[in-house]
Write a protein that binds this ligand. Structure first.
Ligand code: PEP
Length: 257
């Protein structure tokens, strides 16, 4: 057993307004008991507009839930209409920020270079990046999954220092498994999460790589979370669709019961 702290994060994407967000977190807290949080981190990543209300709720109800954001701009401030800067998120007690989600890479043209600048901005404000990597179906079928993921890691982590291994999370998310109901086979998830760790050891060193949490993401559900979390190189889950149901997300968080 590794001593890496498992981390279960919910990526709500562009779903739920601020009132629904409060309700979702309240219901999640209702379904979970203290033991479910113990020894693991639970993170919710709502749309930006709900961060403030959830910060207040989490503080007032003393919930053991960390706040995450789904994105940020690489600059600290400036004329970037519609964007949100890392220091603004840090002021709201945001602990994790997703960087390089495949939807942002595919729909908003984020390159490894852009993702790299965001990872640095997130770190420089004391927050922790959840760096997403993963291959498309075409790349997998061409036998290029490991190569693609390796390249994304190298590009996105260029010049990124990791003093505390728990301050960086990598989410391996095969693009073909996101929102499709099609989960990677456990052996494929293990192979790629293992390849992520091997590459992290080459970028950093073996000890650092052994301490960095690697999540699997892609149609994680209450019914498959246990076998995924049992894989030696899987330290958590990045959950999209199922995190919008308080019951399902609670079952995923409580997978050890
Ligand atoms: C995601 O958006 O990161 C994700 C993994 O989505 P889903 O769980 O819906 O596949």
């Amino acid at each position: 057993m590794s001593d890496r702290t498992p981390i279960i994060a919910g990526n709500w994407k562009m779903h739920r307004d601020h009132l629904e967000a409060i309700q979702l977190v309240q219901k999640l807290a209702y379904h979970l008991d203290g033991a479910d949080y113990e020894g693991q981190e639970v993170v919710v990543c709502p749309p930006f507009i709900s961060l403030r209300s959830l910060q207040t709720l989490i503080q007032s109800d003393k919930l053991a839930i960390a706040l995450g954001a789904q994105n940020c701009h690489a600059e600290d401030e400036g004329a970037f209409t519609g964007e949100i800067a890392a220091p603004m998120l840090a002021r709201l007690d945001v602990r994790y920020v997703i960087a390089g989600h495949s939807e942002r890479r595919a729909l908003f043209g984020e390159t490894d270079e852009v993702v790299n600048a965001k990872v640095k901005a997130i770190q420089s404000h004391g927050m922790r990046p959840i760096l997403c990597v993963g291959e498309t179906l075409e790349e997998r079928e061409a036998g290029r999954a490991v190569e693609v993921v390796t390249e994304q890691l190298r590009g996105s982590l260029a010049g990124v220092r990791v003093a505390d291994p728990e301050s960086l999370v990598v989410a391996y998310e095969p693009v073909w498994a996101i929102g499709t109901g099609r989960t990677a086979l456990p052996e494929d998830a293990q192979e790629l999460c293992g390849a992520v760790r091997t590459e992290l050891a080459s970028i950093y060193d073996a000890d650092t790589a052994a301490g960095i949490r690697v999540q699997y993401g892609g149609s994680v559900k209450p019914g498959n979370v246990r076998e995924l979390m049992a894989l030696p190189d899987v330290d958590g889950a990045l959950v999209g669709g199922a995190s919008l149901s308080s019951e399902d997300f609670a079952l995923i968080v409580a997978h050890r019961r």
